[in-house]
Design a protein around this ligand. Structure first.
Ligand code: ZN
Length: 490
């Protein structure tokens, strides 16, 4: 039943709202705009019996009592509506674009660009930087939800909206009433075709591991602009049944190069590729071994930190290393350079913070020991870089150190990098001077932040190992090192 304009809606808290017009209808109910209140809408259920209405009321009250413990991404219940109509008042988010609008050019997956050139233009209308930031926020929201052992149950590209304010990107998830509350009498939703985990389709209940599957599908779509099981073979020659099977995960996971999707090498780091592979291929039928929201959260942030902004076309990309043919022709020597994969121009100056385990060799020279554990490519917009992650065992919410990056323009020839230590972390800065290394404390006051020069490194004193490593005879101490490098990308 559709409510007529001017129908009054009564709340549990003695408020009255007046229906303006129908905005959208779905399986559970309908959304109405409200007279004189453009910032809110009412979601009304199509509950037929008084008993069902009672169940919804109980569930809404339960969610309302816990909603402040949920990630802020879930659009809150503002007020609960009671008899004769049941529903709730929430923020009007109808102006926010959905993730779907960033995946398929016309909002539906039948409309695909026909070649890579077209994909590239479409992808970069809302580029890699924004996609990685959104993926990070979304994975973070579901990690927090799953930590409370709650599930939402209906992740899809239509249910996740994008808030973009002053360059900040965040995800807004609608239908908070989907969150499953045990013993409410309301059955959990089963999800949207294409996102439902294989074991849920077999009849098992949704749990955080099943929801990790749905999350992985959406994150995959955000980057590859297609479904993980809907490759060119399915798109071009499958029957309706084969198509449905593919969306249910009963097909082969698409390859990194499948021409029906964005090539993985342009849009995924190696870590992201591994996480998707783990969920969709390696452990497809082992839910507990799937990539979790927490793993995706970390990998998306790390991928974001590794972006380079192309000085020529302005699009973002990961370091993309190719042999320098010109150099080879002229000198006969091999040389590798980093280029922008979108426009093929050479990356200019790139500034990095590299975090690794180092040891002191002879003359105090710091040597890297083992692989770089974390790398941040500095770029415009990264004003304060939180290095908390280098202390994974430290659960405080405070940053270990703060770095400030100032880039006056995209080309950023005159950019500077400063460091300060607002939380008095136990770290010291080492300068290279003509007279050898000089050690200094890092000031706590941001206005006294020290300008870094390429090759400077910071020793995290807390990480100095009492049990030193052996390096061919002499014994040296090790520590976590943050090294700043300004380099021609290669
Ligand atoms: Zn470019």
């Amino acid at each position: 039943m559709t409510l007529k304009p001017n129908t009054p809606l009564y709340s549990l808290f003695h408020q009255t709202y007046i229906v303006d017009k129908l905005l959208a209808s779905g399986g559970q109910g309908s959304i109405y705009t409200l007279k004189g209140d453009p910032k809110h809408v009412a979601k009304m259920y199509t509950a037929d019996s008084a008993e069902e209405q009672q169940r919804w009321l109980r569930k809404l009250e339960k969610i309302r009592t816990i909603q402040n413990t949920l990630p802020e991404n879930f659009i809150r219940i503002q007020d609960i509506l009671r008899k004769p109509q049941t529903g709730y008042i929430m923020e009007n988010v109808s102006a926010l674009p959905s993730v779907l609008s960033k995946i398929y050019p016309l909002g539906k997956d039948e409309h695909k660009p026909s070649n890579f050139q077209e994909w590239k233009i479409w992808f970069n209308k809302w580029g890699l930087e924004k996609r990685l930031l959104l993926g990070w926020r979304l994975a973070s929201a579901f990690r927090q939800l799953h930590q409370q052992n709650l599930t939402y149950g209906d992740i899809s590209a239509s249910n996740v909206l994008i808030r973009e304010v002053d360059g900040q990107i965040n995800a807004a998830v609608i239908d908070i009433d989907n969150i499953y509350v045990a013993a409410s009498g309301i059955l959990p939703v089963l999800g949207t075709p294409g996102y439902i985990a294989p074991e849920v389709l077999e009849g098992l209940p949704i749990d955080p591991a099943a929801e990790d599957w749905s999350l992985a599908v959406l994150l995959f779509q955000l980057l590859r602009l297609g479904h993980p099981f809907r490759g060119s073979d399915i798109i071009h020659s499958a029957s309706e049944q084969q198509e449905a099977d593919a969306l249910a995960g009963k097909a082969t996971y698409v390859s990194d190069e499948d021409p029906a999707l964005m090539p993985a090498e342009y849009v995924c780091t190696e870590k992201l590729k591994r996480l998707f592979y783990k969920t969709f291929a390696k452990y497809k039928n082992r839910p507990l071994s799937r990539s979790s929201a927490a793993e995706f959260e970390k990998a998306f942030l790390e991928a974001y930190y590794n972006l380079i902004e192309c000085p020529v076309c302005g699009h973002f990309h990961f370091p993309y290393v190719v042999p320098d043919e010109k150099h080879k022709k002229e000198t006969g020597q091999d040389k590798y350079i980093s280029i922008c994969p979108w426009c093929k121009s050479k990356d200019g100056v790139v500034r990095y913070l590299r975090i690794f385990t180092g040891y002191w060799g002879p003359n105090n020279a710091v040597q890297q020991y083992g692989p770089t554990s974390y790398q941040i490519i500095l770029k415009k917009g990264l004003q304060n870089i939180d290095t908390q992650f280098i202390y994974p065992w430290n659960h405080s919410s405070q940053a270990f150190l703060q770095f400030r990056y100032t880039a006056p323009s995209k080309k950023a020839a005159a950019a500077t990098v400063c460091v300060y230590n607002p939380h008095h972390s136990n770290a010291q800065l080492y300068f290279n001077t003509p007279n050898g290394l000089q050690k200094t404390d890092i000031p706590a006051d941001p206005s006294k932040a020290i300008v870094l020069h390429s090759g400077n490194f910071i020793v995290c004193n807390d990480t100095i190992q009492p049990c030193p490593i052996k390096n061919g005879g002499p014994v040296y101490p090790t520590a976590t090192i943050i090294r700043y490098e300004r380099t021609e990308a290669c």
